[in-house]
Design a protein around this ligand. Structure first.
Ligand SMILES: *Cc1c(COP(=O)(O)O)cnc(C)c1O
Length: 426
């Protein structure tokens, strides 16, 4: 078998897969924060383009990828599916391990799969400027990259603690001409209110979302862009799973276990949704013990942001005011998760597992030493559970096929690895 299973450019899927018509029960609708009734789609037109709202509610199973988006995808797609033989040998497991490598994109993660699509639909409808939030900077850099390609302006509200602690993602965003503002800031009312109470507030994703949404509502030619959780975001990410399906077919193997990390759920869902409904595949969503949304959260309606400006979504949640401890996997520190994924967890179709920070970095180090790639701290969560599953297969002597999503590289996270090696992680 070849080590790297590559697809040709012209074999890239031409449609995204929409799971809405295939869910085990209808998805509970988003609620208007003012009336607590299902929200009227027109209300959301203040911050989202029509093209994306249509996708958000579409019941069509396959949605065509615009050719302008496909052309940009070709800068790094199709991404490789790689057989992790050296990891298998290290573990002495009979399992076959494959990883889908999304870290080959220019910003270094899966996030531009949706950032490019979102920038495209906004530009097409005459929007001139996008706002968003970012924690450690992965989503902000993906949207900065995408807006640059479509000649849109971009303002990123970056969680203040990260703005000062992780300057290099900020530099990357600025290289792509985005304006990066530490949040909470004094340029929005939500930000000012927080600063009045606490001038040294270090910020949070929930606060930064409130600022970015307010900015988009108040400015005519400006829309807001979200990097995970919503249906249209997960839809765009299914390019990952659709490619993987073709690649596994080319390698003539069927997956037994599929694994990914979950922050808001977009990369994991993007990998597995095209496989949901296939017989005999086990799906494992991995989250940090420090932010255990799926394993310990409550399934109920909750807001997406701290100020309560966003519609309420039915999801597993730790509560909109939950402030997770400052673990290094910044992309996994969100209080809620994608509603479609939560529904699959509720029905037992997807299993969730929580792992501790130190064991994920140990897994990341093993992967760096066997396969050579430094994984993003988020992705190491998937590696940890992949290793556990491979060791289980060794005990039972089963030749399982395990596929995991390597959602990004960790070249901007070397401080975290240094802390790990110096024994400073908790
Ligand atoms: C943002 C991010 C995640 C988490 O987001 P999801 O929407 O759950 O995919 C995971 N991995 C990487 C590398 C990220 O940048």
């Amino acid at each position: 078998m070849e080590k790297k299973i590559l697809l040709d450019e012209n074999e890239m899927p031409k449609h995204w897969y929409n799971i809405l018509p295939d869910l085990p029960e209808p998805l509970p609708p988003p609620l208007d924060p003012e009336t607590m009734e299902p929200i009227a789609p027109e209300k959301l037109l203040a911050i989202f383009p029509k093209g994306l709202l249509e996708q958000e509610m579409s019941t069509e199973r396959y949605i065509k990828i615009p050719k302008e988006v496909l052309e940009i995808y070709k800068l790094w797609r199709p991404t490789p599916l790689v057989r992790a033989e050296r990891l298998e040998e290290f573990l002495k497991t009979p399992a076959k391990i494959f990883y889908k490598f999304e870290g080959v994109s220019p910003p270094g993660s899966h996030k531009p799969n949706t950032a490019v699509a979102q920038a495209y639909y906004n530009a097409k409808e005459g929007i001139e400027r996008l706002t968003t939030e970012t924690g450690a900077g992965q989503w902000g850099s993906a949207l900065s990259f995408a807006t640059k390609l479509f000649d849109l302006k971009c303002r990123v509200y970056m969680v203040k603690a990260s703005y000062y602690q992780k300057p290099y993602r900020r530099v990357l965003m600025e290289l792509w001409d985005a304006e990066v503002i530490p949040s909470p800031s004094d340029v929005t009312e939500s930000g000012k209110r927080i600063l009045e109470k606490d001038p040294n507030n270090p910020g949070s994703l929930g606060i930064a979302i409130s600022e970015a949404v307010e900015d988009a509502v108040k400015n005519e030619n400006t829309n807001y862009s979200l990097g995970s959780v919503l249906n249209h975001v997960l839809l765009h990410q299914t390019i990952i799973g659709l490619e993987t399906k073709k690649q596994l077919e080319a390698a003539e193997v069927k997956p037994d276990v599929m694994v990914g990390c979950v922050g808001g759920g977009s990369s994991f869902s993007g990998l597995i949704y095209p496989f949901v409904g296939e017989d005999g595949v086990e799906f494992i969503a991995v989250e940090p013990e420090a932010c255990p949304t799926l394993t310990r959260g409550e399934y109920r309606y909750d807001h997406g942001d701290t100020a309560g400006l966003t519609p309420l979504l039915k999801m597993y949640t730790l509560g909109k005011d939950f402030i997770p401890p400052p673990i290094h996997a910044g992309g996994l520190r969100y209080h809620g998760d994608a509603p479609t994924l939560c529904l699959l967890v509720k029905h037992g179709i997807v299993k969730a597992r929580a792992v501790s920070q130190v064991e994920t970095f140990e897994a990341g180090k093993i992967f760096t030493q066997t396969e050579g790639i430094v994984p993003a701290p988020e992705s190491t969560h998937a590696i940890k559970v992949t290793i556990d599953e491979a060791l289980k297969a060794k005990e039972s002597g089963e030749e399982k096929v395990i596929v995991f999503n390597l959602s990004g590289h960790g070249h901007f996270d070397l401080q975290a690895y240094q802390d790990f090696m110096e024994g400073k992680l908790t």
